[in-house]
Design a protein. Structure first.
Length: 200
């Protein structure tokens, strides 16, 4: 079977390159966020902070107000960032993918993504050729325009790129514009999924 030629692999951050942090915080400290109504409210807040319409501090204050989380914004931020852990299997694999462009496109809570990359020493060309941060760019997954912007900046066509994300919603968005997609579970599953592609 002929392999599909790929010029860029685009990774998400949370749930892919690093784990824990935000989702663990929500599960542990914000039970009200996990009800159907809470999830809708949280999704709206996430959307606003991902697009840079509200700051990270405003995001946490809204979580305090709407969901009754009794914790200061700085404490929430610290808990989330400190608990994030690098996916070691993926971190070992990424430098070996350099035949293609290896980039990150993350929906970020303020400038948290940049801080996590710096703290985990992932923010250099050994890992990513470029980092696209939603809150800086005011675009976010799963919007078609967001994927098209990243593809344009990379100078590639949709069928020449793979989006790697832990959220199926974001992979569906990528596929709608013609990209390939892998819903990330772990580095072993990802390595297996890559076998159908040829990196060029």
């Amino acid at each position: 079977m002929k392999k599909i030629k790929i010029k860029a692999i685009i990774f998400d951050l949370g749930g892919v390159v690093v784990h824990g942090g935000y989702l663990n915080f929500i599960k542990h400290y914000c039970k009200a966020c996990l009800t159907p109504l809470g999830q809708r409210r949280l999704a709206r807040l996430e959307r606003e902070v991902n697009l840079g319409e509200i700051s990270e501090t405003q995001f946490y204050r809204e979580i305090q107000k709407i969901f009754g989380v009794k914790m200061k914004p700085a404490k929430m931020h610290d808990l989330i960032v400190r608990k994030m852990r690098t996916d070691r299997g993926l971190a070992h694999l990424i430098p070996h993918l350099k035949k293609a462009k290896v980039v990150m496109f993350t929906n970020s809570i303020g400038h948290m993504a940049q801080e996590v990359l710096d703290r985990r020493r992932l923010n250099h060309h050994k890992f990513f050729d470029k980092v696209f941060d939603s809150s800086d760019l005011h675009i976010a997954k799963p919007d078609a325009g967001a994927y098209r912007f990243v593809l344009h900046k990379l100078g590639i066509k949709p069928h020449e790129a793979i989006m790697v994300d832990d959220r199926a919603l974001n992979i569906r968005g990528a596929k709608r514009v013609g990209m390939h997609g892998i819903v990330y579970k772990n580095s072993r599953q990802f390595r297996t999924a890559l076998r159908k592609y040829e990196l060029v």
